[in-house]
Each structure stands twice: as C-alpha cells, then as structure tokens.
Design a protein around this ligand. Structure first.
Ligand SMILES: *Cc1c(COP(=O)(O)O)cnc(C)c1O
Length: 454
C-alpha cells in the first residue's frame, strides 16, 4: 500500500480556528515579524517545533493518573529511571524539567572560561548554555552535512579527523566531546552507529567524557536500521542500546523522543560528576527524584519511552517527512535531502538568492508561508546563529526554514495542505524582501527579536 496511514485512531481532538490572509498579515506585523510572537490560536498548522507538541497516547494519560507526587522516593521516579535505563544503560539518571536544564547543569559543572566543547552541531540551547558558562562551542560536522543537496545517508556524522585534530590542539581545555543525534540544527540528519563508535573511541583515547545529546534517539535508530549496512533486521531498542553503551552520559529533552509535553534528563556514569550535578539540580530544579517535574510527568515519559521505539510509528513518522520532501522537491523547492527525522528543511539561500544572508532570507520565507497558509515554521540561519560571541555578525553556514512535525498530531491531509501552500509561495517568491533587526537580546536573540521588512 502506498498511502501512509496514521498508525493510531483519534480519541480526543483540538479545533483549529480558520483565519484569512489579511488577518494573518496584521497578526504578523503586530508580532514584529517574529513568528515566536504569534498567539498559537492565530496559527493553523503549527510547525514551530516538534518539542512538547506531540499527542500523548491513551496509555500515557492513564499513566498520568498513576503519578505519585511524593517529594522524595516516588515510585513514579523508579518507573521513569527503569524506563530510561532499559534503553540507555547509564548509572545515574537525573530528571530535569527540560533538555536545556540538563545542559545548564552539565555545563555548570564542565563549562567555564577557557573551555572548548566540540560537537557535530550544537543545538541553539546547547550553544547558549555553553557560551553562558564562558566556554566556546565548536561544530565539527562532516562537509556533506553542510551541503543541502548531498545524499550522504548520515549527514549528521562528526568529522572524526577534525575531531582528532581538535582534541590534539585544545588538549586539557576540552571537558567533554558531544554528539547530537539526530543533528537538529544541521537538518535533523542522522548519525551512524559506526560514527558514534568512532567518536566514542576518540574521546576515550584522549581521556574525554563522551556525552550524547539524545533528543531524537529513536528517529536516529530508525535511520540506522534503514540505512546502515548490517542493521536492517534489528530491533530499534537494541540499536538504541548500542548507541548509548559507548557513551559516558547524555542530555535529553523528553519533549522530543519520549512523547511527553515536558521533561528531560541528564545521565552520567561518573559518580563524582553525578554528585556535582545533583547538587546543582537541588539548587535549581528540585530534589533528585523529581527534578523540575511532577510525578505524573515522570510516568508519561516512562510510558512514552515504550511507545517511541515502535517500528510502525517510526515508519509513519519518517514516511510523512519523506512524502512532503518528495513533493516539494518535485515542485522545485530546494529541500534538505535525504529526509531528516523530525522536520522538513527548506534551503532559503538556494531558493531566494536575491536576499542577502544578513537580511535573513529564511525568516522572510517563513513569514510569507505564515501569511499564505497560516503555517508557522522557524528560521535556522543567520538570525539564529549570526551573532558572534565577540559581538560581530556573520552569516550562518546555511539559511534554513525548519518545518518541525509534531509527533502523532497532524494527519496526511495537513501534509497535503502544506504542499498546496508551497505552490502559492513558489508563485510569490520573487517578490519577497529581506528583513532588518530592530531589537535583539544578548543571547539566543531569535526567540524575542523584533524585525522590520526592508
Ligand atoms: C530541543 C533540544 C534541546 C533542548 O531541549 P528543551 O527541552 O527544549 O530544553 C537540546 N538539544 C536538541 C538537539 C534539541 O532538539
């Protein structure tokens, strides 16, 4: 069968309020041309993020009712810890309210002035937390990972030669080696098991802890199963275990591949690091058996982790992405290929060559897509990454619009509507103009900045 069907039935629905183009143009102006400033009720299809926007299952809602809200020693924590350790066999599992809280604690211990932290590509909150600690963040993804048209099957891979040179050059100033799976900022592209093992081996040779940012571990494992020689017949859970047994720790946002609306964790094997992390946890998040979460959140995560590794779900998830990308590609829209895990990425630099990178072509594209179809995406380009630690501004490696697909939330007809909006956008694209910044924050400016069309 060719038609992708959602491998679930719908038990509970949320209405979408229809709006007109004129209405949306006014809303966007009032939001200072920053899509983060829109009220969600003014958005028809919200693809701003796949973070925390997934639909929970009947079993997750049932688990929510089992939540035990004891301050210390809750059985909900025990179930959460067991569910995490079933897939990621780390010694210490430290719950946090989101992925970035895990990052803040990790770099609270490992960051600081003079430290240098490599990854394939740091996600924006990871980079923000590293830089806020005074350390510097470096992206060492393979060259194919920066080419939106390369068909390399694992474009999220770390360049291991560059990593080795980095470890030699920076020596003791490298507190850990990170790897983001899948590589969110680099197009949701997977990292192969072979690359994960190679990075782990290098980190070990140079005596550096290896920490995985594992937000989309299940999607990454599905790609390994699909694309990596020798992995085809394996259980997703076994592939996941193989990825994490070679690491010394991980950060996680449960808002991604745990089907939860909130939550995260930091996992570590080292007892001393874990103790330092728990001190910070108690100071900033909460006691060690709940982090910043309610017992019911821990239950939702524990159940979600048993559902995310389902082959039928992952086939539908990746299949929907592939479907959208194939149709946009056929239409001549430059999309990042091959399909990534959680999102469709449009290469605005290639599609809108008439807009200078420092006039934010991807933001202009995302804004027009909202005006046309009420679809909200996000810029991942010079607006997100252009401001340098020294205050200067330089173009990002890529100018992408990310349309992140929430988990189990939208259907195939929503996908068809998106494709139709792109047909309209293709007809209008030559009239698009860039934007200029009116106001920006010191770090992670894209969330709150104000813009004006040129
Ligand atoms: C979402 C995300 C984070 C941060 O997690 P939050 O739960 O949003 O704080 C970190 N790394 C990657 C790769 C992510 O996608």
């Amino acid at each position: 069968m060719k038609t992708i069907i959602e491998p679930f039935r719908i038990k509970s629905v949320e209405p979408i309020r229809m709006t007109t183009r004129a209405e949306r143009e006014a809303k966007l102006k009032a939001a200072h041309y920053n899509l983060f400033g829109l009220a969600s009720g003014d958005v028809l299809i919200d693809l701003l993020t796949d973070s925390g926007t997934g639909a929970m299952s009947a079993e997750q809602w049932a688990a929510v009712m089992r939540g035990d809200e004891s301050y210390a020693g809750s059985p909900s924590f025990t179930r959460f810890e067991a569910a995490v350790q079933n897939l990621m066999p780390f010694k210490h599992i430290i719950p946090t309210h989101q992925g970035r809280a895990a990052e803040a604690i990790l770099f609270g211990i490992m960051g600081g002035k003079g430290r240098n932290i490599p990854s394939n590509t740091h996600f924006d909150t990871t980079r923000g937390n590293i830089e806020a600690s005074g350390a510097l963040a470096y992206d060492l993804v393979i060259e194919e990972g920066k080419d939106s048209q390369s068909l390399h099957p694992f474009k999220g891979n770390m360049d291991v030669d560059k990593l080795e040179a980095f470890l030699v050059e920076h020596g003791d100033s490298v507190p850990c080696v990170m790897l983001t799976i899948t590589n969110n900022a680099g197009g949701g592209q997977p990292v192969s098991l072979e690359n994960i093992r190679a990075v782990a081996a290098l980190a070990k040779t140079y005596g550096r802890p290896f920490i995985i940012d594992g937000c989309r571990f299940a999607e990454n494992a599905y790609f390994i199963k699909q694309r990596e020689p020798g992995q085809a017949g394996r259980e997703i859970a076994d592939i996941v275990r193989d990825c994490f047994t070679v690491a010394d720790g991980m950060t996680m946002s449960a808002k991604k591949d745990a089907f939860a609306n909130i939550g995260g964790w930091l996992a570590l094997n080292d007892d001393d690091l874990a103790e330092a992390a728990r001190v910070l946890l108690i100071q900033t998040e909460g006691f060690v058996t709940y982090g910043g979460l309610a017992g019911r959140d821990l239950e939702a995560i524990a159940q979600g982790l048993t559902e995310i590794i389902d082959d039928d779900y992952l086939r539908y998830r990746i299949g929907t992405n592939q479907y959208i990308i194939d149709r946009l590609d056929a239409m001549g829209v430059p999309v990042v290929k091959p399909a990534g895990g959680h999102a469709v990425f449009i290469d605005a630099k290639a599609w809108l060559p008439h807009i200078d990178p420092l006039e934010y072509p991807a933001q202009a594209l995302a804004n027009r897509l909202y005006e046309i179809g009420g679809i909200r995406g996000v810029e991942i380009g010079s607006l997100m990454f252009g401001r340098q630690p020294d205050g200067s501004e330089k173009p990002a490696a890529m100018e992408l619009v990310r349309l992140a697909i929430p988990r189990r939330t939208y259907t195939q007809s929503h996908a068809d509507y998106m494709i139709e909006a792109f047909e309209q956008l293709a007809a209008e694209k030559d009239s698009l103009r860039g934007l200029k910044l009116v106001k920006e924050a010191r770090l992670m400016r894209h969330f709150t900045c104000q813009l004006q069309p040129l």
